[in-house]
Design a protein around this ligand. Structure first.
Ligand SMILES: O=C(O)CCC(=O)C(=O)O
Ligand SMILES: [Fe+2]
Length: 310
């Protein structure tokens, strides 16, 4: 990013730009986390108590909450969530009946079954298409955001009243996309700096088989960032598969597969990427929680700006 771009972003989102600068250093991350924890002690306890009271209303059963959060802390990724069939069906129906938007562009709407027509209209392969305003339009998304199990995990992991900062539901399609599109849309290894502390729940809404469009994560890399070039200490960039294969043990580079309904949580400060599907598209729902909301990770768009391609 050029200096003038940094300045433009600073003017429009000063807190976010500051966090992007400071949040790459462990020292500043820990300082902000600690001060937030101390300020929130009482309200966090109240929040957790409220979650516990509502636990019976959760759609998730048999999750060992303490070990889930422990795993998220130590490994940066924790497994074992499963969406019930009813919620999965509601989300899938929502995806079938509402437009998604190519490359997250508000003027590039199309229905899932019109992918080819949309590509013709856009005159390029569509690697990714996202739904907007899901929390308002889809009850299942709303229900998950308020689910006591997810909220308890978020508050315990963040050691604070969690701030919900966005639902994102999107398709990735098996197409020959350009390297630039793959890089811009998270199909090359990278780390996210979305806050001083944050994490995301991922739910697969289609089956994800080995070799297909899985999410790939390097276990425990949130505390062991790659140091390949000297500048890697300060900068955040895309890494090639070869760089990541060379830096981490193969056993730690995990391709996360699972049937529709599979859910996990990840601190995406870990090295991760989405694989470009070969034959079968992937639908994913992601819910993100952090300390602060910079307004840059949600799917809320002005309905007046939404336009269809086909
Ligand atoms: O599509 C994927 O699995 C990767 C998504 C990603 O990079 C992210 O959510 O931070
Ligand atoms: Fe990412």
């Amino acid at each position: 990013m050029s200096l003038s771009n940094v300045w433009q972003t600073f003017k429009s989102h000063p807190q976010y730009t500051l966090m992007r600068g400071l949040g790459r250093f462990v020292f500043f991350r820990n300082l902000v986390i600690l001060s937030r924890k101390l300020r929130h002690t009482r309200s966090t306890d109240e929040f957790l108590l409220n979650c516990q009271k509502r636990m019976g209303q959760s759609v998730f059963h048999d999750v060992d909450l303490e070990s889930f959060v422990d795993e998220l802390r130590t490994k940066g990724v924790a497994f074992g969530l499963r969406l019930p069939a009813g919620i999965l069906e509601e989300l899938t129906l929502f995806a079938q009946n509402n437009p998604c938007y190519a490359y997250r562009r508000t003027e590039a709407g199309f229905r899932f079954n019109e992918h080819k027509l949309a590509e013709n209209s856009l005159q390029k392969p569509i690697l990714l298409a996202q739904y907007f305003n899901t929390a308002v339009q889809c009850n299942a998304v709303k229900q998950l955001i308020n689910d006591p199990v997810l909220q308890w995990i978020a508050a315990t992991y963040l050691q604070s009243v969690p701030t919900f900062v966005g639902a994102n539901m999107w398709w990735t399609f098996p197409v020959k996309a350009s390297e630039q599109d793959r890089s811009e849309h998270a199909h090359l290894f990278h780390r996210d700096v979305d806050d001083y502390k944050f994490f995301k729940f991922f739910f697969y809404l289609t089956d994800v088989n080995p070799g297909e469009g899985a999410h790939v994560c390097v276990v425990a890399s949130h505390e062991n960032p790659p140091r390949i070039k000297a500048s890697d200490k300060w900068t955040f960039r895309r890494y090639s598969d070869e760089e990541i294969d060379g830096f981490y043990a193969a056993k730690d580079i995990v391709e996360i597969c699972g049937e529709a309904g599979t859910g996990f949580a990840e601190n995406t400060l870990c090295i991760h990427k989405g694989r470009t599907p070969i034959a079968k598209e992937r639908l994913l729902l992601q819910l993100q929680y952090s300390l602060f909301d910079y307004g840059v990770t949600n799917d809320i768009r002005d309905a007046a700006q939404l336009q269809m391609l086909v």
